[in-house]
Design a protein around this ligand. Structure first.
Ligand SMILES: CCCCCC(=O)SCCNC(=O)CCNC(=O)[C@H](O)C(C)(C)COP(=O)(O)OP(=O)(O)OC[C@H]1O[C@@H](n2cnc3c(N)ncnc32)[C@H](O)[C@@H]1OP(=O)(O)O
Length: 499
């Protein structure tokens, strides 16, 4: 049975003498002094309203590690001291998950009410003059300058759990995608921040989810999660961000996910490119990360220039497709028009699932376009359902790669998502989700994103069979994405990550 939360009201002098071990995981400590805070209750706390007016709140959420959360503008902010998994213990920026979007709003001066969004944008125009004329005009930054940690205390703050919960009592991966997107943008604002100014003249958007690899085990909705991230490479206007996610197992935060995103800086109105601060690697490890970032850029260019939309498949790939084609000819008729499915196979077109989203203002980002994390969550959930429908058992996500945000999605758009299985092997299902938008006024559809997800099913799945040349290209593209998965397939036995 869960323990009831208890409160301890102490002065700051008494707090300093408190031993963490004297407190259990459900004890909240409220400071009596200084009495200047305007909040009378803490919305995140177990017992809202019980904290006396004028009391900054301090919550100790775990006994084994000394973690403090102080009340800051109605939100619990984890204070310094969360060092596990940290690369930069001497100087940390640690945020509570609920704080991240508010912090972003504060940095760009975004509206909290939709009715104020035009005014907020007008105000941002004034920041245009703070933009650098060249990259050389900006002070260089170190990787540790952008390093942040974000705590998602699913274990110690159970009221957060609902939003993250699947019916199988695991963590919704779609929600994690949203958090990663916000975290990535905040990391870039840390890298580009102007210490003398509260607001940033930059609009930072997600251009690409290069890779997300899930590297370990189940995500339990009953254990705290921690994210960390920092800028690992910069170009002129783009930044590569490396993020990691950890989950508490016993007393230790163990790595569960690695992600690489590319963010792009735009001017205050999000209309043209804007320069970002150079990055200076400080150690051999950082130099290696930076060099990797440079290689990643080259790899992305190479991958896109050999895209099957631009170039014919390789000789080996052509053979694969031809053999698949031959396996679908009916030996009785040997006619190109009568095609049959090989044993244990399904036509690719029959794997499709589609959905429609109306892009309401609630899903907007700080720049009044639709939040990239929301688009990823919706695409991921449809992709998961597609894999489930195809494989006939629960699929677990293994990798996400190459999600390109080609165009922003305007508030009020109709978002059409179309998902299909494009490649399978053993227990693995490669799903592609294509998203396009149309406005109510203009019926013309424009592609905004293509998403690639790799799932692992509980049992072996059927082969997916392309029927047309176009589907054959999707098959090969799926195979390329599957083969680019960085973690060896045989290590992936104990995954349990669901929508
Ligand atoms: C809560 C807050 C969250 C907020 C975050 C979001 O929700 S954002 C919402 C989701 N995302 C979006 O809506 C973005 C939609 N896409 C776009 O607006 C645009 O495609 C874009 C701004 C990303 C890129 O536009 P352009 O390609 O015209 O820009 P441009 O040619 O000037 O390139 C700018 C820089 O981006 C790099 N770049 C562009 N596309 C890239 C890609 N797929 N992968 C890697 N890098 C890329 C270029 O190399 C260049 O870097 P260098 O200059 O270094 O050489």
């Amino acid at each position: 049975m869960a323990k009831k939360a208890a409160f301890l009201f102490v002065s700051s002098a008494q707090l300093a003498q408190l031993r963490p071990r004297a407190l259990d995981s459900t004890t909240c400590v409220a400071l009596r002094d200084p009495p200047s805070l305007e909040h009378s209750s803490c919305s995140q706390c177990f017992l809202p309203g019980r904290v006396p007016a004028g009391s900054p709140l301090v919550q100790l959420v775990e006994s084994s590690r000394y973690r403090l959360c102080t009340l800051n503008k109605g939100l619990l902010t984890p204070a310094r001291g969360l060092t596990q998994g940290s690369q930069n213990p001497e100087k940390q920026n640690v945020f509570h998950i609920l704080e991240v979007r508010d912090k972003l709003r504060e940095i760009v001066g975004a509206s909290t009410n939709w009715r104020d969004h035009v005014k907020a944008m007008e105000e941002r125009k004034l920041l245009q003059s703070f933009l650098a004329k060249s990259q050389e005009g900006l002070p260089p930054r170190r990787m540790k300058d952008s390093y942040i940690e974000v705590l998602l205390p699913l274990g110690s703050q159970p009221e957060l759990r609902e939003k993250y919960l699947t019916v199988q009592n695991t963590v919704r991966f779609g929600r994690i995608l949203e958090d990663l997107d916000s975290l990535g943008v905040l990391v870039c604002y840390m890298h580009t921040r102007i210490h003398s100014a509260k607001m940033s003249p930059l609009s930072i958007v997600t251009a690409l989810v290069d890779k997300i690899d899930l590297c370990k085990k189940n995500l339990s909705p009953e254990q705290d999660i921690k994210f960390s991230g920092h800028v690992s490479w910069v170009g002129k206007t783009s930044m590569e961000v490396k993020m990691r996610m950890f989950q508490l197992h016993g007393n230790e935060f163990c790595p569960v996910l690695d992600a690489t995103f590319v963010m792009v800086a735009r001017d205050s109105e999000n209309k043209g490119p804007a320069f970002v601060n150079p990055l200076i690697p400080e150690s051999p490890e950082e130099e290696e990360l930076f060099r990797q970032g440079e290689l990643n850029k080259g790899r992305r260019v190479a991958f896109s220039s050999t895209s099957l939309l631009k170039m014919a498949p390789s000789a080996e790939e052509r053979t694969t497709i031809h053999e698949m084609f031959l396996s679908t000819l009916d030996p009785k008729t040997i006619s190109f028009r009568s095609r049959i499915l090989p044993p244990n196979a399904m036509w690719m077109e029959n794997s499709k699932l589609k959905s429609l989203e109306i892009c309401h203002p609630q899903e907007r980002n700080i720049f009044n376009r639709i939040f990239g994390g929301f688009l990823m969550r919706k695409a991921y959930e449809l992709g998961w359902a597609t894999a489930c429908n195809f494989g006939g058992s629960r699929p677990f996500v293994v990798a996400v790669d190459d999600i390109m945000f080609q165009k922003p999605v305007e508030v009020g758009s109709l978002l059409f998502l179309s998902s299909q299985v494009c490649f399978t092997q053993g227990n693995y299902i490669q799903v592609r989700v294509h998203s396009e938008v149309a406005s109510l006024q203009n019926k013309e559809h424009t592609t905004t994103n293509v998403f690639h997800f790799t799932f692992m099913s509980e049992k072996e799945v059927p082969l997916v069979c392309p029927r047309t040349y176009g589907e054959s290209m999707l098959y090969l593209d799926g195979q390329r994405h599957f083969n680019s998965m960085s973690v060896p397939v045989n290590l992936r036995k104990d995954f349990l990550v669901e929508p």
